[in-house]
Design a protein around this ligand. Sequence first.
Ligand SMILES: Cc1ncc(COP(=O)(O)O)c(C=O)c1O
Length: 400
Amino acid sequence: MYLDHHATTPVDKRVLEAMLPYFTECFGNAASRSHQYGWTAEAAVARARQQVADLLGADEREIIFTSGATESNNLAILGSARMLKDKGRHIVTSAIEHKAVLDSCHALEAEGFDVTYLMPDKYGRTSVESVASALRPDTILVSIMAAHHEVGTLNPVTEIGALCKAKKVVFHTDAVQAAGKIPIDVEAMQVDLLTISAHKMYGPKGVGALYVRRRAPRIRLAPLIHGGGQERGMRSGTLNVPGIVGIGAACELSQSLMMEEMPRIRALRDALWEYLSANLSHIVLNGHPTDRLAGNLNVSFSFVEGESLMMGIKELAVSSGSACTSASLEPSYVLKNMGVGDDLAHTSIRFGLGRGTTREEIEKAGHLVVEAVERLRELSPLYEMVQEGVDLSQVAWSGH
Ligand SMILES: Cc1ncc(COP(=O)(O)O)c(C=O)c1O
């Protein structure tokens, strides 16, 4: 059972249908100006550009197609910072952004930029006040994500956008997890650069987009990929026409389904949380209790190791907060930077519900998780001590 929709989503059949002709009959190069094959491809790209722009409240000329959100984030951050380096060299982001943002910032540090990594609050939220207090006269860019990929928390993007606008600082937001799930309007949010990815919204992998503001102010980016000058010179390379048709169709579909899809998914997510909290003690919800993505549930199960729990619920495709990034099982940098202790960070599971998730699946998932947690806790001496009324925080552990 697939409950990992933050990692990726299946391609919606309607999106696939839209894409298929562009692999075979309509295979032209969108840059070929001299024949029908090229014109057909170009028209398909133009339509997709409009569909993406419509989801974001943007103008179609403000959409740049890329190979995915990793590239969009790199282009937004490296491209704008390099363009503005004579104006200032200070960047503000948060310590729990996706690696594509954090590592782009690290790359800029190596080029002599100075980056402030803001610590979020305990819910994983970066407040407008903390951004304001980090701004300096030499700040040129703020990058704060719209919705978090692990804990689902929504950031006050509109407030941060207004602040950046007032301070004349470029504002980028990684909206990969938010796009198609919460309404986005680049004008209301006063965003200058915004990243999306098709495969997180029932489109194909390997295609994304970057919104680049054209007016008030016009944002200029130094390209990362040089060549034929496609995408207004900001991203050269022959356009991935089927992929672009896919992201356009995915945007249109998400936009038309959002209002009915999200309440349904939210109700299922709430039902799962209610079942787990009614049947298990010592569990903690990670992320914001209400300001969060409808499909996200991130839970720490005390006295159970996340990796063991995943092994115990093999039928469920979920993610654990302790990624095997090194030989030791390091807990997620996200939970750590939110102030979650190592013990709880190690026991976290991220459930990601999506378009295909059914009530039957959620009921089954609830049973499986409760059963596995109970089984594992029976093996835990710490849990036994707690059951006997021992307060673990008061225990003086002896070193031998
Ligand atoms: C918030 C966020 N940003 C960026 C990415 C990278 O997206 P892509 O796989 O399209 O490069 C992801 C996906 O892992 C994500 O969740």
